[in-house]
Design a protein around this ligand. Sequence first.
Ligand code: BG6
Length: 508
Amino acid sequence: MRTPDPFTLIIFGGTGDLSHRKLFPALYKLFLQQRLPQRFKVLGLGRNEISDKVFREQLTHSLSDDTSGSSEREQIQFFLQHVHFQQLDMSHADDFQHLKQRVHSFDKEVRDNLLFYVATAPSFFSSVARELTALGLHKEDVGNQWRRIIFEKPFGNDLESARQLNNELLACFKENQIYRIDHYLGKESVQNMLAFRLANGLFKPLWNRQFIHHIELTAAESLGVEDRGAYYDPSGAMRDMVQNHLLQLLAIIAMEPPSHFDSTSIRDEKVKVLKSLRPITETEIPTHTVRGQYIASTIRGERVPGYRTEPDVPESSSTETYIALKAYIDNERWQDVPFYIRTGKRLPTRVTEVVIHFNGPGHQIFNDIDTQSMGGNQLVLRIQPDEGVLLKFGLKVPGAGYQIAPVGMDFHYSDLSESELPEAYERLILDALIGDSTLFSRADAVEASWAFVDPIIHYWNTHSESKLYGYPAGTWGPPESLDLFEETEEDWRYPCKNLSSDDSYCEL
Ligand code: BG6
């Protein structure tokens, strides 16, 4: 991977939680791995006037802990010499002028290439883009100079707002300058799904409706909404996880192999999948989707609150913290293959995985008793934690007769490399710095995903009779999600058992 040109990275929301928890640690790791050029600057922006010195002190706390030794502390200080702070109130045009002056005070080499990172509330996305454009900071008019801008999620809260946002941004920056973050695409194991699919002749011929019976996509979280109630309650699991992360995973799993491994070819194929998602009609919504909300329960002896008593969540909230749905892709490769998608908070464990269920043998020569415990062949692409690939198939149990038992070939990413897998933000920031947008969402893909989820959300909001099930925290969500499956199909894969001792499911 090539080293980026000298640059200045300007972070709106530089003192925010994301910057401290993810962005600066990612930059620091890139610095340690010598992935950054000799010359670069990072300019954090925030509302309160603080000096570079105070900002660096704050970051020292975020980048170190009690175990950091003196050489590590020294490295942190070397890194922080590249970091500066500028006060900026996003509603003050004058402050943008000061920003421009500050950037101009930097050496030409680093100020030629600007990467803006907008890690603020989405309501500021358009105005930031407009102010930067008004000052000409978006223009790439000298030699190889580049100007790019990254936006954090959420990207719109429905199709209309996403379209409007895209239009407003595209009136300022060109599409190839805009990098919309979906941090799932930065996960090493998600990139591996591309490699797995496209580098192996073994699976290529099997990757279609002829050999695959159905596909499961799970993103389970064990944590609740924590202190994010104010953001989460107007969103819910469908907007927070399905519209972006899970549909991006689905697109990678289901896309046609691109003719070249480049950003345009890959993103063209992904968007075709998203546009081929069969709309779930009003009459299908009650049977093809299941919503849930976690209720209080006891997990390993500890009382856990229900969603409605979490901070900043209204007592009568009908926001889903769990969603399961059945989707179809209307194209030659996937016609009538169900894709089961589920995500939820306060489930028994944190796991994200894709499970490919293959068709059974056409004619079964072993009898039912012999094969009872085997289940179908499954390929499990584990995205997190314990990133890896598991292939499950049946083998004969040694001894008399032909009893078939399930066995697995299990690859763990940790066996491949001594070093830790890089954090998603490391990869994404580096890609933006070298101008590779493959792992970022394009405008048309964002809109196509909204076009799929929007009618479902609209239906829930306008049909008070549509069901929202309570599931005790620590369980796998409403058992009604099993009704999505055909009777003859295996249902969800459960990487671990329910943890809650409270079995009282209810309809909220
Ligand atoms: C974020 C959502 O995009 O992804 C959060 O807003 C969610 O609600 C998070 O917890 C999950 O990310 P990860 O990387 O922990 O799976």
